[in-house]
Design a protein around this ligand. Structure first.
Ligand code: FAD
Length: 300
């Protein structure tokens, strides 16, 4: 299969249709692993163009990312992208991690600085480690030039950003260092994405900018996420979620319909794909309306 041999950047640049991708995280318990296995197996039916696996937040990376990438590959997932952060790792350790990823046959890496470990307020680079994702990008490109690199973008600003302009300037540094595409943090209003893309283009960033989308499943979930990522919760969505509070199935429907509206608008507006934050949960994607919407997006 030719598509299997393509990097994500090649897929984005040659397939001439939007990509649909999904993000998983390494489960931490046996029970969570069972849920992951079930979800991954069920979600195969969506034929994602690629999937990605996060790297333990706050320096808890312990090799699980690659294990989960291998599990997805064994389950038939074609293009799998491990995330890699700079948290708690020296250059030498990162170098080895990059080589290992390549030895396992993966051709894409999502390159991130990562968040400070739990309880720490600001990011402290490891001794001989990297301070910013741009340094990681340059390092990987130098060591493994064939690897396709994704980086994170923040349409509503990174929580530590001094200004929107500075944030975009640093994003451009990542692209200039060799990033091939950008995946965004979640946002719940499409104009946020379109404005961000416009600002990026004006700043000379030309790579594809893939919108990251969270189908909200509950009020609790979305408010918890506001603790660690910066995004605007639309009043209308809040009202609808509040009206459905106490009825999980109805709340999830609210989120799914919101996501469908977002996806439809994003694709109509020219987004190069949709990256879904499903949080290892397959159920949401099997709402028939969302399932059909995603199939329509891929158009295959
Ligand atoms: P950077 O691009 O380095 O930016 C971090 C901050 O530093 C920003 O405020 C930026 O403006 C500023 N900055 C950048 N360069 C400079 C400079 N030269 N001088 C001064 N300031 C600068 N976290 C995980 O732990 N594991 C994951 O798997 C993971 N996956 C993610 C996937 C996506 C798509 C997204 C959007 C985020 C993900 N994160 C993940 C979260 C991410 O690690 C955090 O948001 C982290 O705080 C910043 O990482 P970054 O790569 O964006 O950092």
């Amino acid at each position: 299969d030719k598509q299997m041999l393509m990097t994500i950047s090649e897929q984005l640049n040659t397939l001439n249709r939007p990509l649909v991708s999904v993000e998983f995280f390494p489960p931490k318990t046996e029970k969570a692993r069972a849920t992951f296995d079930e979800s991954a197996s069920a979600l195969r039916e969506l034929h994602f163009d690629f999937s990605s696996v996060t790297c333990g937040a706050g320096g808890s990376a312990d090799g699980q990312t690659l294990t989960i990438c291998e599990a997805l590959k064994a389950d038939g997932y074609q293009s799998v992208m491990p995330h890699l952060t700079c948290v708690g790792a020296s250059r030498e350790q990162i170098g080895r991690a990059v080589d290992e990823i390549v030895e396992h046959g993966f051709r894409n890496i999502m390159a991130l600085r990562g968040d400070p470990p739990r309880g720490e307020q600001s990011f402290t680079p490891a001794p001989d480690g990297f301070r910013h994702a741009a340094e990681l990008v340059a390092f990987i490109k130098d060591r493994q030039p064939e690897i396709c690199l994704g980086v994170a973008g923040y349409p509503e600003g990174h929580p530590e950003a001094v200004s929107a302009e500075a944030d975009i300037r640093y994003l451009k540094e990542k692209v200039d260092a060799g990033a091939d595409f950008i995946t965004t943090q979640l946002f719940l209003h499409n104009h946020v994405y379109f404005d961000f893309v416009e600002e990026c283009r004006a700043a000379g960033i030309t790579v594809p900018i893939v919108p990251g989308l969270l189908p909200v499943i509950s009020l609790k979930q979305v408010t918890r996420m506001l603790d660690f990522c910066k995004f605007h919760l639309p009043a209308e969505l809040l009202t609808r979620l509040e009206a459905a509070n106490g009825d999980p199935a109805r709340m999830e429907r609210v989120g799914v319909y919101w996501a469908i509206e977002q996806i439809t608008g994003l694709i109509e507006g020219g987004a190069p794909g949709i990256h879904l934050y499903l949080l290892n949960r397959a159920q949401t994607a099997f709402f028939p309306e969302l399932f059909a919407c995603l199939a329509r997006v891929r158009g295959v």
